[in-house]
Design a protein around this ligand. Sequence first.
Ligand code: BJW
Ligand code: ZN
Length: 314
Amino acid sequence: MTSRFSRRWVSCTHNGCQNSASQTAEHGVNPLSSTPGIDNRPAHAFPAALVAALREARHVVLLSGAGVSAESGVPTFRDAMTGLWSRFDPAELATPEAFERDPELVWGWYEWRRMRALQAQPNPAHLAIAGMSDHLPQLTLVTQNVDDLHERAGSDTVIHLHGSLHQPRCATCGRSHAFPDEMPNEPEGGRRLPPPRCTRCRGLIRPGVVWFGESLPEGAFYQAQEAAENCDLLISVGTSSLVYPAAGLPHLAKAHGSQLIQINPQPTNLDGHATWNVVGAAGQILPALVAAAWGSTRAQYHPGGLPACADDSQ
Ligand code: BJW
Ligand code: ZN
């Protein structure tokens, strides 16, 4: 069954309202938005089978990436104009070698990132994800994000594959370090800042994130793998699906019989493997998906109002 839908796009061009969910297309469009300049009515939305897959799922894995926090103002990594890697060199900032070479540069950059994350607020995507757990027998939330916006939206168990900006530790002995309560006040892009010293061994404190070439936290990755192997639906949201081993989780889930929903405004490597590709912003799509599956039980899921037609006749 899965392969029959493997190149299915959730796609709608409102003028004439051709729901092309059963067609193969180069790339789909946002099922909630109308054709720009032609019609402002919200277009109809998701294929019935997609909504049913969510409503009837026993165990959903939701894999989130930087795109989920983008609408909170936290920059992604690889978006062409706005992504961090369009302005900053990951080899100079996000590897253990970079920290060894220039700890002040790296620490200062991450203090700026931490400030941005602290200033941000959860958006409707984070809230909708937190709300999904009200309805599902089991939801495993796995994030590549290093902010705490899922937690602040009310998701109480979050598997962080790439660590956290808020949990620094000693680079020598691993002891955790507590930040002072005050909000950092850093200039755009950061500045050179000496990292604090470990109270136990005087080693340098490093950001608590996973850099390129480093292993993922073993327990976290093990739990994510186990969930992927045992879920019946995996929803991949706001990730370019480029960074491994996290990007392997949807493939693992599919190999174990799960269906895949991908939500992303841009094409990714996962497109050809997903059961459904929903093209659009997470903060629009996820609240509408929750509403389509269960009705909107929390006003904040979809502050802009519900789509006119949350289901179709398929
Ligand atoms: C929206 C949106 C909206 C925008 N709504 N969507 C196999 C093959 C090839 C390479 C490797 C491999 N296995 C391992 C590697 C090496 C490497 C890797 O994968 N490299 C690839 C880049 C090729 N992996 C590793 O090194 C990992 N470690 C490892 O494998 O250990 C074993 C090992 C040890 C020793 C030697 C060899 C192996 C560790 C990876 C750690 C990643 N770290 C980072 C930085 C974290 C710290 C920090 O924050 O600075 O994690 S990199 C960065 O990428 C960050 C992210 O979590 C990660 C994923 O990015 P994400 O979330 O997908 O963001 P983007 O920007 O890429 O995409 C955003 C998406 O959102 C886009 O698609 C937009 O369209 C979309 N979007 N607005 C919805 N409103
Ligand atoms: Zn130490």
